[in-house]
Design a binder for this molecule. Structure first.
Ligand SMILES: C[S@@+](CC[C@H](N)C(=O)[O-])C[C@H]1O[C@@H](n2cnc3c(N)ncnc32)[C@H](O)[C@@H]1O
Length: 221
């Protein structure tokens, strides 16, 4: 089957900018206090419930995977962009990273105790999100947890010529309540919603949203 255009465009974009992206956001966790808090809470919950391995889907250069690993989670990363995966493997040789699309992963049903999608659902068109969240539901074990982070808002940001490269891509902002509705529609229980104001020091121009959801423990499907 032919690949949808948004996936080809996303891969081309990130393959092109991977090295500059990784350099620009190097050591991203040091000043990201809310990110660290959210990831720590997620790690605590998943570790305590011990429902299986964690996948960092849309892992980019791998630093969220590395952070989750340092928090004691059995984590691996997946990204659409082979260049991003190559960078992640080079930077974190002790961790596993694979190339793939989170819309279509060859993982058995119920095989993940946790999924983190950290600013990676932002390139999936709205009409494909139900399918993506159904995949998250399929891959999570009963009782497994999901964490998604994204820019909150209504209008997409078209990023053109990042770092001077001749590529462009839409960064789709979403309203947290809409994402929560779609997660619930996929059979996931939304457990938390955090919306914080943009931090100038981080170069943010929109509020940032973090949602967690859980696959019901009794739901074996
Ligand atoms: C804004 S970057 C975020 C990367 C990383 N999570 C971080 O926080 O730095 C978005 C990443 O999601 C990946 N991505 C987007 N759609 C994807 C998909 N369908 N499957 C796997 N990765 C995807 C892109 O290739 C890119 O590396």
């Amino acid at each position: 089957m032919e690949e949808p255009e948004f996936l080809t465009d996303t891969r081309t974009f990130y393959d092109t900018i991977a090295t500059d992206y990784a350099e620009h956001f190097r050591d991203p966790m040091a000043t990201r206090h809310w990110d660290r808090a959210v990831l720590a809470a997620f790690a605590d919950i998943v570790r305590a419930e011990d429902t299986g391995p964690v996948a960092d889907l849309g892992c980019g250069p791998g630093w969220i995977s590395a952070h989750l690993d340092a928090l004691g989670l059995p984590v691996s990363g997946v990204d659409l962009s082979p260049e991003m995966v190559a960078l992640a493997r080079r930077e974190y040789p002790g961790l596993r990273f694979d190339v793939g699309s989170m819309l279509d992963l060859d993982l058995p049903d119920g095989s993940l105790g946790g999924i983190v999608a950290w600013y990676s659902i932002i390139h999936t068109p709205l009409e494909r999100l139900p399918e993506l969240f159904a995949e998250f539901h399929r891959m999570l074990a009963p009782g497994g947890h999901l964490l998604v982070a994204f820019q909150a808002g209504d209008e997409p940001l078209r990023l053109a010529r990042p770092f001077g490269h001749p590529v462009s891509l839409d960064f789709r902002r979403r309203q947290p309540d809409r994402i929560a509705e779609l997660l619930a529609g996929a059979g996931l229980d939304v457990r938390s919603r955090l919306l914080r104001e943009p931090e100038e020091v981080l170069g943010e121009s929109t509020p940032q949203a973090y949602l967690t959801a859980r696959k019901p423990a009794a739901d074996a499907g």
